[in-house]
Every structure is written in C-alpha cells, then in structure tokens.
Ligand binder design. Structure first.
Ligand SMILES: Cc1cc2nc3c(=O)[nH]c(=O)nc-3n(C[C@H](O)[C@H](O)[C@H](O)COP(=O)(O)O)c2cc1C
Length: 345
C-alpha cells in the first residue's frame, strides 16, 4: 500500500509538480498538507517499538526528523502524523522577517536526483508572534524549535523564550542565505561564548546545526567548543552554499541528493573523532530508504530530511521505517544502535 502511494506521488511529482513554477508548486504542496488530513491514515506510520531512539534524553518513536523549513503550524501538525519521529520548525528570528524577494527557490537536478536551491532568508513571523501561536500546536511527536540570530543576545533571548514550548531547541549557525548567520562558522572564539551563554539559558536539550561548508572548522574548533559548553547534539547539517544566478540573491543553499555523499563522510569523520560524546543528526540528501539506513549504520543517532519530503512525498518516511525494521529482522539486532559496526562505536 505505502509502495503504491509513493509510486503515485513520484508520477505526480514528475508529471505535474515539477512542471509548475516553484512558488506555485510549494504553495500547492502546503495547501494540500494543510487541508488533507493524510496523517489520520495509519499507513504513513510505523508501530515498530524497536525503532525508538533518544536524543538529549527525549524519546523519539523513530529516528526520522523533518528538517527545518516549515513555520506554518497546520503544516507541522500534519507532518507529525506522517511517520516522522520529530519535526522541526523553520528557524525563528527575534524580529519578523519578510525573507528574500522571489525568485528564492529553484529546482536543481543533479546526476544524484532532484534537489533544490533556496535563498529563503528566514521568512518568519518573529519571536513574539511565534511564541504566542505555538501552544496551539498539538504534539503527536516531539517538536524541535529552531532559532537563528545575529548576536549572542539574540540567541539567548530566543532560546530562553521558546524553550518552554519545545522538546528540543536547535540553534542554527549555518544557513547560507543571510551573511550574519553563515558568518558564525568563521568566528570560533565568539562561538565559544555563544555556546556557553545559550547553554546557560535553558536546561532543555540543545542541538547545534552546522554547515557542510566548514567541515575543517567544525571538527577542529566548533564541535569541541560545543562539547566543552555542554551542547552535545549536532545536526550536520545545513544546505551547501552555491552560486545560483536564477535566485534574487545570486546564490543560495543547495539541498537534496547531491549532498548525500558529503553528509555520510562528515558523519563518519565526526563519529570517529568524537565517539559517543556527541549525538549526531545526519541531514542532507536523504531521499531513499537505503540512504537513511547507511547513515544509521555509520553512527547517526537520528536522520533529518526536507527535500526528500518534497521530491519523494509523504510516503518516504514509512518506506524508510519499514527498511529499518527489515534490517533489524534480518540481522537480529535489538535496536538501531546495534546496527552500527563495532569499530564505529
Ligand atoms: C526552502 C528551504 C528552507 C529551509 N529553511 C531552513 C531554516 O529555516 N533553518 C534551517 O536550519 N535550515 C533550513 N533549511 C535546510 C534544511 O533544514 C536541511 O538542513 C537541508 O535542506 C538539507 O537537507 P535535505 O537535503 O534533506 O533537504 C531549508 C531548506 C530549504 C530547501
């Protein structure tokens, strides 16, 4: 059944969605998600208790996380019924932001498959409005609230204000679409202070979202500084900055399967270097069950995706979860952590 749904979506994507202008396709996708209660259908979810994982001590029914992109509460609520173990909000900023002008999203097909380049620029309602709205979001699975700022004070205020409404908080120092957020990765000394102050602002589990563009700095300075401060969950990672003349900013963040090989390599190096001191959410390019399984086997604590949700549709999570369950059956492993080769531990 889920295989048929996924195949039909692929036809819909290739035949219709892919031919519409990007903003129309995105608006259509969000309208369908908002209005059609797909999440009421059990077919999208797995009930396998062996897939449960913990992240920062929070139990997720499975390791799949809808990566940061949506701020619309109706869309997030629907996504919670579509098989994910947790969903993430868009990065919220202190003041409301209109985002960058259109065109701010274009398709980018690579030999690896269909992807996107965006220069969204954090279009969001801002801290006060979001804090007032979030209590209306019912929680079927844990909610990760994401934030982005331009100063240490921004992050501290955002984290302190939103923590009571979140199961986990993700602070984004990596989106390539606004120079001030992206530039954090070039300032490891200031990051040390940022991590300390954000850590002191809440007892909630904190996720640091880093950029695949700064692998050397991440592993030499940024992750060690986060661990020193007591921030022990890393989301590796965000989109990769690329030149894109079709976008209003002339550049944007590349997402989708072109990222997958570097996601896997970044995960392997990080796991090998930091061992179990860090919990790693591997994000970037997951759009098939085999890719998610490869990340789990390489030591991912959880696995995020966004572009695969658009290009492969709402059935992808269940397809991945069934693949993970099948792997547990085949290997006799008790849980997902037991799928890692021992040398990765
Ligand atoms: C249109 C769009 C908007 C995004 N907005 C955010 C954001 O607000 N904050 C953030 O941390 N990442 C954002 N991302 C990055 C995704 O969360 C994810 O890290 C990235 O797309 C790589 O994963 P994927 O290849 O599965 O899409 C956005 C990505 C896209 C395509």
């Amino acid at each position: 059944m889920i295989g048929t749904i996924a195949a039909l979506y692929r036809l819909l994507y290739a035949g219709v969605l892919c031919r519409l202008p990007e903003p129309t396709a995105v608006a259509l996708g969000q309208a369908v998600l908002r209005r059609v209660p797909l999440g009421r259908l059990p077919v999208f979810r797995s009930r396998d208790p062996r897939l449960a994982v913990t992240l920062g001590g929070v139990r997720l029914p499975n390791p799949l996380i809808l990566a940061s992109m949506y701020d619309d509460l109706a869309v997030l609520e629907r996504a919670m019924g579509l098989g994910f173990g947790a969903v993430t909000t868009k990065s919220i900023t202190r003041a409301p932001r209109p985002g960058h002008p259109e065109p701010n999203l274009v398709r980018h097909d690579s030999p690896a498959g269909p992807g996107l380049v965006n220069c969204n620029g954090f279009k969001n309602p801002g801290l006060d409005a979001y804090r007032a709205a979030l209590p209306r979001l019912p929680r079927r699975v844990p909610l990760i609230v994401a934030v982005a700022g331009e100063s240490i004070d921004d992050y501290v205020r955002l984290v302190a204000a939103l923590a009571p409404l979140a199961d986990l908080l993700e602070f984004n120092i990596s989106s390539p679409n606004t120079a001030l957020v992206y530039e954090w990765s070039r300032k490891p000394e200031e990051l040390r202070a940022l991590f300390r102050e954000v850590r002191a602002a809440t007892p909630r589990p904190l996720i640091l979202k880093i950029s695949p563009d700064f692998a050397e700095e991440n592993e030499r300075a940024i992750i060690p500084a986060a661990l020193d401060a007591g921030v022990t969950i890393v989301n590796y990672g965000n989109t990769r900055r690329v030149a894109e003349p079709r976008l209003s900013q002339g550049a944007g963040g590349l997402s989708g399967p072109a990222l997958f090989q570097s996601t896997l390599a970044n995960l392997r190096r990080t796991r090998a270097k930091f061992g179990e001191a860090v919990e790693i959410i591997a994000t970037g390019g997951v759009d098939t069950p085999d890719k998610a399984l490869a990340l789990i086997r390489a030591g991912a604590s959880a696995c995020g995706y966004f572009t695969g949700f658009v290009t492969r549709g709402p059935g992808l999570a269940r397809l991945i979860l069934d693949r993970l369950s099948g792997e547990l059956d085949q290997t006799g492993a008790r849980d997902l952590a037991a799928l890692r080769p021992t040398e990765a531990l």
